[in-house]
Design a protein around this ligand. Structure first.
Ligand SMILES: [Cu+2]
Length: 105
């Protein structure tokens, strides 16, 4: 299950290099990335979802389980433990935030 979607994801996603040069002020965001994984928990009070995600090669992340804040907490209502999801994350000053998450089932 882990590697199945990577061929699709890696194709057109080499777009993270459009960071304007010479702006050290904002801690040079490395843009967004896409990942897949399984929901391990939803914390509506904190606005976070815990995901056991597959490796995210564009970020050099191995497979791991971690919690992400979500940009729009309304999506948490649709998430349940055990669901397979695809998500987009974006680097912010406080870390990575899920900007989009869709069910794969
Ligand atoms: Cu992670």
């Amino acid at each position: 299950m882990v590697a199945v979607t990577w061929g699709l994801l890696l194709g057109p996603s080499v777009r993270a290099q459009s960071t304007p040069a010479g702006s050290p002020a904002a801690q040079a965001p490395s843009g967004s990335a896409t990942g897949t994984g399984i929901v391990k928990g939803v914390d509506k009070a904190a606005g976070k979802v815990k995901v056991a995600h597959d490796p995210i090669k564009s970020l050099n992340w191995p497979k791991m389980t971690m919690s992400f804040p979500v940009k729009d907490p309304a999506v948490l209502d649709q998430l349940k433990e055990g669901q397979q999801v695809r998500f987009e994350i974006e680097k912010t000053a406080s870390g990575y935030v899920i900007t989009k998450i869709t069910l794969l089932e």
